[in-house]
Design a binder for this molecule. Structure first.
Ligand SMILES: Cc1ncc(COP(=O)(O)O)c(C=O)c1O
Length: 385
């Protein structure tokens, strides 16, 4: 039988393959120190669990909701922008989605046609280009490096336009996965000005907002009313499996996205929506998680160079350290496989994030427990000798 041609362009997510190998190793009774997946430890805050329990016990009935989300959650998200950035966001422009992943699908479908060119930094989160590939949108890699903090720049955009013609969109992520690097205000403003002058729609992945170690991340909502901001309950709010995210949309995309959402998803998960309203009151608990990531980060940035991983991206936010390992290997997938087999430390090869240059990089996630990170460094120290 036929299998659609578009599926051949979709690459596997190697982090999940490493996770599978790590779980197999653990099932055989061997030690595993997980530094491969970007998942917050500990799960959803207590207030969210309590709200979910109450929603179930009160027999609220968990039927479908409005396609764009329950009004109470859209209002709570709008209030969150007021509290965190003194921004007025119309709750009518807030759209609740099935994870930010559902948001990206809706955003790309609503903003771009098949054949459109959309630029994004490489290395980057692989689902962006894989969702684009599934939709026939051309992902235009901006080959960024440590010099531009692995972020898009007007010069990289100029080169992309010169080489391949007009761009319909630019995807940015700050903090970014896998590098953890951020765009400061001036860099973000320069991209907004560049794109506004050329009718390029910005989609801003803000799923790691709230997890930063210096200056807080700036939302595109403050700078560009034509951009799409995509956010999630998965990372700062530690609710990965609840499958809930949101977008703040420009006026012209609200109705198109509502029509798409009605048909593609009917509604985001109801129980998750009812519970997520309480997430915004859980700041102390969530900030304690960020403090734990900060402790892991500080230890790893100090210790990894001592064991031989000494070319590290700045890690301004998120919970990743992106290490240049070209002095150790020219095949990061094989390197990660051997590292897991010989030390139990699971990390992700850079090819997940940059198919062309990722063979020279690996990504360590430090979302896990501090003691595991300390053990991982000790194992790597022996191994690297
Ligand atoms: C940069 C980035 N964006 C989006 C996502 C998708 O997350 P979710 O669909 O759980 O919101 C992830 C998940 O790891 C990510 O790292």
């Amino acid at each position: 039988m036929k299998v659609a041609g578009r599926t051949t362009a979709i690459t596997p997510f190697y982090a999940m393959e490493v996770l599978k190998a790590a779980n197999e190793r653990a099932a055989q009774g061997n030690n595993v120190l997980h530094m491969e997946v970007g998942e917050p430890a500990g799960g959803a805050p207590a207030a969210v669990l309590q709200a979910a329990k109450e929603a179930l016990e009160n027999g609220q009935g968990l039927g479908y909701t409005e396609a764009l989300g329950v009004p109470a959650l859209r209002q709570a998200i709008s209030d969150h922008y007021k509290t965190t950035g003194n921004l007025d966001v119309d709750p009518g422009h807030v759209v609740v989605t099935t994870g930010s992943s559902g948001g990206f699908l809706l955003a790309f479908l609503a903003a771009f046609d098949a054949g459109d060119r959309v630029a994004l930094a490489s290395p980057g989160y692989p689902a962006y280009r894989n969702i684009m590939a599934a939709l026939g949108i051309e992902a235009v890699d901006l080959a960024s490096d440590i010099g531009d903090r692995f972020q898009p720049t007007p010069a990289l955009l100029d080169a992309a336009i010169e080489q391949g013609g007009k761009l319909a969109g630019l995807l940015i992520a700050s903090p970014a996965n896998p590098t953890g690097t951020m765009l400061d205000h001036d860099a973000l403003k320069a991209l907004v000005d560049y794109c506004r002058a050329r009718d390029i729609r910005i989609i801003s992945d803000e799923v790691y907002h709230g997890i930063t170690y210096g200056a807080p991340a700036e939302t595109i909502v403050a700078l560009d009313d034509q951009a799409i901001a995509v956010n999630s309950f998965s990372k700062y709010f530690a609710m990965t499996g609840w499958r809930l995210g949101w977008m703040v949309l420009p006026d012209d995309l609200v109705r198109p996205i509502e029509r798409l959402a009605q048909n593609l998803f009917i509604s985001p998960p109801t129980l998750s929506q009812l519970a997520a309203v309480a997430a915004f009151d859980a700041e102390p608990e969530l900030d304690a998680k960020v403090a734990a990531y900060a402790r892991n980060r500080e230890m790893l940035l100090r210790e990894l160079p001592k064991v031989g991983f000494d070319k590290l991206a700045p890690a301004d936010g998120a919970f990743y350290i992106f290490a240049d390992v070209r002095h150790l290997t020219n095949d990061s997938a094989d390197f990660c496989k051997r590292m897991l087999a010989e030390t139990g430390v699971a990390a992700t090869p850079g090819i997940d994030f940059d198919p062309n240059r990722g063979h020279a990089y690996i990504r360590f996630s430090f979302a896990g427990a501090y003691d595991d990170m300390v053990k991982a460094v000790a194992c790597l120290k022996d191994w690297m000798k």
